[in-house]
Design a protein around this ligand. Structure first.
Ligand code: C2E
Ligand code: CA
Ligand code: CA
Length: 626
């Protein structure tokens, strides 16, 4: 009995001892229904509990170690991050900034401690703080771009992209905020550059066409709301192409820059000036009372062209033609306004340039007619509706028909005969004249060839338009036609007007010389109406002057005209030029011209311009007249 008890006690004390050494399992204790058995049971229960506690403790320790590792990793990530990171308390007072943020805003940690995040916003951005607070309350995060102060240089600022989000505790209460800041100054810079490219003209720095259109739309919608008028001015520099071509593109650029500067300095702050391309500028004059005010600003703007522009060693004079339209009076449609201003500008150009003109409904009608004629002209070219009439040129001394002037007619499908003054200027402004003109030269040369083959040694005079004359291909075209038709160039006369020779005198002389080299002769048409000075005249290699009809028509009633005609004849003789009088309608006129030694004449007195088939009996008629 003693033995048995002792054995059981020994086993229990061994188990207690093992427990003391941390061995928690496999005790061979009995649970007999006596005191010792109960003691054993209590011991095992207790040791199991200890067992569980120790296991739980171990788990906690492991978890804690894991968490610490993570926290260490996070804090490393935050401090080495290449984004600026700040942690604030729930009142947005800064508690922590990472080194990158210190560096980004050039402010040491001490400067941040306890300050509000908003303190780093520049003054203009302060209103954002309210927005941010509201957003954090509602959506609980905020994200946006803004300008921060960079100290120590108070002036300098930096664009950042800022994101703020809350940190919460277990009860979901906000305890902190974390703010990440990304330096986006370079993005902002390139954005600005892109805007610059998108909205401004690179050469002059003025607004460009697309920005101008935007502003025009805005102005229109304002004027539609009532009580607001504005004026749209369209500028086109006169003779810019000439300057560009003769002095080079660099000089042209310089000129544009200078003009842009001068125009801008004459505008009010609220007005917009844009370069629409090439040598075209446009201005929106905001809040205009009436046309009078728009006109007075236009003439002020025109003073920008008063002084010549210095380009290299040269002073260059330049002028502009300005078209003006007023909204909402003239129109409230964008395209229409632009069209109106353009029309008015062309009207200004037609009125001798260097001037401004307002849009008017009549201009619109004229433009519509022009458009109609233009499309009809194209059809005319396709359908060969043009024909040449010929007006005889008479030698009063020999009493002979010595030549013809070719004059174009347009026979419309309805059989009307359209005179050239109704369509030549449109053919000219649309460039169609080059095509038509080539046909005229060919047709006139064929006519000449036929006359010569019949034994009439007559000449033919062909009118050249400005566009044709300035066409570089002209000489070549004529040369080819001469070769093709086999005519003797000595019998060809080309008529050009004085105004075509003005402008770039040297280029004109060059062109004249090239033509002369073909063996043709050259005549200055409508002489006396232009403004050629004698000086220039001497330099032009021409053979003939044609006294304009306006001086002939009032002979013998207008003494002044008679004096002018006599003077022109005398001058022509001195310069050894042939002189022709056009528009002779009476015997008295012919007699006066003969008396003053002008022997070549043209006019209704001798013959109207006629179709070729009506000319056959003409030599005879004229011969019997004299
Ligand atoms: P222009 O070169 O001065 O031509 C003379 C114009 O005066 C012609 O008018 C002619 O018919 C007209 N005329 C001739 N004698 C008299 C007269 O005694 N009294 C009056 N009142 N008029 C007379 P047209 O044919 O209508 O031509 C008008 C203008 O059209 C021409 O003026 C010329 O500038 C232009 N033109 C005519 N044909 C051509 C052409 O083939 N090419 C080009 N580029 N222009 C042309
Ligand atoms: Ca002529
Ligand atoms: Ca003439």
């Amino acid at each position: 009995m003693h033995q048995i008890l002792l054995k059981r006690l020994k086993r229990l004390s061994l188990a207690v001892e093992r427990l003391g050494h941390g061995e928690l399992h496999s005790y061979f204790l009995d649970f007999k229904p006596d005191e010792l058995g109960m003691l054993n049971r209590a011991f095992v229960r207790m040791s199991n509990e200890i067992n569980q506690l120790v296991d739980g403790l171990q788990l906690k320790i492991n978890e804690k170690e894991q968490a610490e590792l993570l926290a260490r990793k996070l804090s490393k990530a935050v401090s080495f991050s290449s984004s600026g990171i700040a942690i604030t308390n729930k009142h947005l007072e800064v508690e922590y900034v990472n080194p990158y943020l210190e560096m980004m805003l050039e402010q040491p940690k001490q400067n941040w401690q306890g300050t509000l995040l908003f303190d780093f916003f520049i003054a203009d951005m302060q209103p954002l703080s309210d927005e941010i607070l509201k957003a954090l309350e509602m959506r609980q995060h905020w994200h946006g771009d803004l300008l921060l102060k960079v100290i120590p240089q108070e002036e300098s600022t930096k664009w950042v992209s800022l994101a703020i989000a809350p940190i919460r505790d277990e009860k979901a209460e906000v305890t902190h905020y974390v703010a990440t800041l990304q330096d986006i100054s370079f993005i902002k810079q390139s954005q600005k550059k892109m805007e610059q490219l998108a909205y401004y003209d690179a050469l002059t720095g003025l607004a460009n066409r697309s920005y101008f259109r935007d502003q025009l739309r805005k102005a229109i919608s304002m004027s539609q709301r009532g009580y607001y008028s504005f004026a749209l001015l369209y500028f086109d520099l006169d003779e810019f192409k000439l300057i560009n071509d003769t002095l080079g593109h660099d000089a042209g650029d310089e000129l544009l820059i200078e003009i842009a500067r001068r125009l801008k300095s004459r505008l009010r702050d609220d007005d917009l000036i844009a370069r629409l391309g090439g040598d075209e500028f446009a201005v929106i004059l905001s809040d205009i009372k009436d046309k009078v005010q728009a006109g007075s600003i236009a003439s002020k703007l025109q003073q920008a062209f008063l002084n010549p522009v210095r380009l290299g060693a040269q002073d260059v004079s330049i002028s502009a033609s300005i078209g003006i339209t007023v909204a909402p009076d003239d129109a409230v449609d964008e395209e229409l306004l632009l069209k109106h201003a353009d029309l008015a500008m062309y009207e200004a150009k037609a009125r001798g340039k260097n001037t401004y003109r307002f849009f008017s409904p009549q201009l619109n009608e004229a433009a519509n007619e022009r458009l109609l004629i233009e499309s009809q002209l194209r059809e005319g070219i396709r359908e060969q509706q043009f024909l040449l009439y010929y007006q005889p040129k008479i030698d009063l001394v020999a009493d002979m028909l010595v030549g013809y002037e070719a004059l174009i007619r347009w026979l419309r499908p309805d059989n009307t005969l359209v005179p050239p003054n109704r369509f030549i200027h449109i053919a000219e402004s649309t460039g169609l004249i080059v095509q038509i003109g080539e046909w005229i030269i060919l047709e006139a040369c064929r006519f000449l060839a036929r006359q010569h083959s019949r034994g009439y040694a007559v000449s033919v005079s062909i009118n050249l338009s400005a566009r044709q004359f300035h066409d570089e291909q002209l000489t070549q075209t004529i040369e080819q036609i001469i070769r093709r038709t086999g005519v003797d160039p000595a019998y060809l006369v080309f008529e050009i007007t004085e105004s075509m020779l003005m402008g770039d005198i040297d280029a004109a002389i060059k062109q004249l010389n090239q033509l002369k080299r073909l063996g043709v002769s050259l005549s200055i048409d409508d002489f006396g109406t232009g403004y050629s000075s004698l000086n220039y005249l001497k330099r032009f290699p021409v053979d003939e002057l044609k006294i304009d009809r306006s001086f002939v028509k009032d002979i013998p009633d207008d003494q002044n005209d008679m004096d002018i005609v006599a003077a022109i004849i005398a001058m022509a003789q001195k310069m050894q030029l042939r002189v022709v009088a056009e528009g002779v309608e009476s015997e008295v006129q012919a007699e006066f011209l003969k008396q003053n030694a002008c022997y070549l004449v043209q006019g209704y007195y001798y013959s109207m311009p006629l179709a070729e088939q009506e000319l056959s009996h003409l030599t005879f008629t004229i011969n019997t007249q004299g």
